[in-house]
Design a protein around this ligand. Structure first.
Ligand code: MN
Length: 200
């Protein structure tokens, strides 16, 4: 099978107390694994088993909904695990400058992304992306993402926040805004800095 689940790049409890170990374990081992398994099932026999996630996303309108949902789920969660971490990093260099130019300050960006996540009805994601060379905040429903040809705002995502209930319900229950406040403590900005450089 072409697609497989990478191990979480840190321990399940690495993001405590902001994101609890049990949530991380279920989220990665069960939810993400299911997206990978169902993506492989959806692609089996289509001739597109070896296409990269990026190739699938760029042409997602021509695939079955199962490829969109599970391919998006696989891409989004892979990104998510990699932009989280408890290393106290901050935006630096060109990214720090671009954030100030686009949003006024890092706090203003956090506010804008948290609002995008809080106001996404049902399940979805909040994104910081590079679109036409500029930093933009957007949100998508379900497992869609800005790489998809059907996305309202298209571009290269450098930071994504999962606002599905499975991402926060054990600890935060109905209080999605509290989760969206806490998650800023565990963003691995080193990884976002690198994604920004790669996206330009
Ligand atoms: Mn999720």
């Amino acid at each position: 099978m072409a697609h497989s689940l990478s191990p979480l790049p840190y321990a399940y409890d690495a993001l405590e107390p902001h994101i609890d170990a049990q949530t991380m374990q279920i989220h990665h081992d069960k939810h993400h694994q299911a997206y990978v398994d169902n993506l492989n099932k959806a692609l089996a026999g289509t001739g597109d088993e070896d296409k990269s996630l990026e190739e699938l996303m760029a042409n997602i309108s021509s695939y079955a909904p199962a490829v969109r949902n599970n391919g998006g789920g696989h891409y989004n969660h892979t990104l998510f695990w990699n932009i989280l971490g408890n290393n106290g990093s901050q935006p630096t260099g060109d990214l720090a400058k671009a954030i100030d130019e686009a949003f006024g300050s890092l706090d203003a960006l956090k506010e804008k992304m948290s609002t995008a996540g809080a106001t996404r009805f049902g399940s979805g994601w909040a994104w910081l992306l590079v679109s036409d060379g500029k930093l933009v905040v957007s949100s998508t429903p379900n497992q869609d993402n800005p790489l998809m040809d059907i996305a309202e705002v298209q571009g290269h995502p450098i930071l994504g926040i999962d606002v599905w209930e499975h991402a926060y319900y054990l600890k935060y229950q109905n209080k999605r805004p509290d989760y969206l406040k806490a998650i800023w403590n565990v963003i691995n900005w080193d990884a976002v800095n690198m994604r920004y450089k790669a996206a330009l």
